[in-house]
Design a binder for this molecule. Structure first.
Ligand code: PLP
Length: 428
């Protein structure tokens, strides 16, 4: 049973759209792009990109061919007709729902009917469609943990939804309950919450199995729909994998939102929305919304992902090479931090079990000016954690990304960053 402690220490903050329009949270991505353009020679430990080494665009025509062959064999329709169909309009819900359902089933160990899958233009459209659907109710509000993925903050604002954020703590279910109570007190009774249970962006943290069960309990108590973002789930550097919320869900309150950006190619812009069998199958409203947002998702890029899934759904370890690459980069980053910063007063860092990110705590404030100074003088770009905070908190934390560079650059970039942190820490 959940024990809610320290209630007085945590509180939810309601974020108004007007405040956010001028907040660094939404301007953060532009700022980072601007810095990268201004200092092109700097090593970026900021962008959460998948490693270039594994994005093999030369295989695109092979994937399409494989997909066409598969569809032709299954339907009895000729290859030419299937190929020509890729250039046409088509079903809003997508043409690779069966393959994506198998993929989700495999990665979550839970039954998923293809009727409960909607193919989207990346994760971001999946989230926007869900929030648009939610916002049809005037009493709707979103709960999130502070700091959170900037894509959520932007999507909530775009949909005009009030956002209640609760500071990150070790007890996420407690934070969720506090967020729900505050929202309900202010008249918002139609609630959803956004969570990244595995290898969070920006913090790198994961939720324990117990915490996941507690979250589902709170969701049932306050009638909260949970949006589970599983973008980094398949980058697990531990032997143990926790159950997804989708798997643990018995009441149909979980909606899983996925992406093929990190495990395949962000350029295909393919993502999905899925529910398990206990969820309501009627995704009517979402299909209607999608039909007015993007009509349908490109059949050409769906065919590319379809061909990829024909391999991935049958392989034992399709993401192993990328995973090993990112794990090695994480280890290099950690050992470099240890080499330069071990014992420096006020400096510590997290050790993530997966994903692309880790958090460094420093004894001084690190924001826009410091980011520019670091890029200019030390030729390394990192992200202040406050960029991910709708309340502008976490001023003494920094997010480092270890996925997007070759190992030697990860070492060099981390070394430059660590020297700066050491010098600044000794001053303060
Ligand atoms: C937390 C999180 N969710 C989702 C995505 C992927 O989004 P998309 O599928 O739109 O590329 C990212 C990419 O940066 C992310 O960090």
């Amino acid at each position: 049973m959940l024990d809610i402690k320290h209630k007085e220490q945590l509180s939810a903050v309601r974020i108004e759209s007007e405040t956010l329009n001028s907040s660094p949270t939404l301007l953060a991505m532009d700022f980072l792009n601007d810095i990268s353009n201004r200092f092109p020679e700097a090593i970026s430990l900021a962008a959460g990109r998948p490693p270039n080494e594994f994005i093999d665009t030369t295989k695109i025509s092979l994937y399409i061919d494989k997909y066409i062959q598969y569809r032709s064999e299954r339907s009895g329709v000729g290859r030419d007709e299937i190929f020509a169909g890729l250039g046409q309009y088509g079903p809003t819900a997508g043409i690779i729902r069966d393959l994506v359902a198998t993929f989700i089933q495999r990665n979550n160990e839970v039954e998923v009917n293809e009727k409960n899958v909607l193919i989207t233009n990346g994760f971001q459209e999946a989230l926007i469609i869900e929030l648009m659907n939610f916002s049809r109710d005037k009493k709707a509000a979103v709960i999130a943990i502070d700091p959170t993925y900037v894509g959520l903050t932007g999507a909530a604002i775009t949909c005009g939804l009030p956002l209640f954020v609760v500071p990150a703590s070790d007890n996420v279910s407690e934070a969720l309950a506090i967020g729900a109570k505050t929202a309900i007190e202010q008249g918002f009774t139609h609630l959803c919450a956004y969570l990244i249970p595995d290898f969070d962006n920006p913090t790198g943290k994961s939720l324990s199995e117990e915490s996941r069960k507690d979250i589902l309990h709170i969701a049932a108590t306050y009638n909260i729909t949970l949006f589970e973002d599983v973008t980094y789930r398949l980058f697990n550097y531990d032997s143990h994998q926790y159950s997804s919320l989708l798997k643990l869900d018995k009441t149909g309150c979980v909606i899983q939102l996925g992406s093929f950006s990190k495990i395949f190619m962000p350029g295909t812009r393919i993502g999905y929305i899925a529910r398990n069998e206990s969820g309501e199958s009627g995704s009517n409203y979402k299909s209607i919304i999608k039909s007015f947002v993007s009509v349908c998702t490109s059949h050409i890029t769906q065919a590319i992902v379809g061909g990829f899934l024909l391999d991935a759904n049958t392989a034992t370890t399709f993401n192993a090479d990328r995973q090993a690459f990112c794990k090695n980069n994480r280890d290099i980053m950690l050992s470099t931090l240890e080499e330069y910063l071990e014992g420096v007063s006020g400096v510590s860092w997290s050790v993530p079990n997966g994903g692309f990110f880790l958090t460094v705590n420093v004894p001084f404030e690190f924001g826009e000016q410091e980011t520019i100074e670091l890029a200019k003088r030390s030729k390394v770009i990192v992200t202040p954690m406050q960029f991910f905070s709708p309340t502008g908190s976490f001023k003494q934390q920094i997010r480092l990304c270890f996925s997007a560079n070759k190992p030697d650059l990860i070492r060099l970039g981390t070394e430059r960053f660590a020297m700066y942190v050491k010098a600044r820490s000794n001053e303060s």
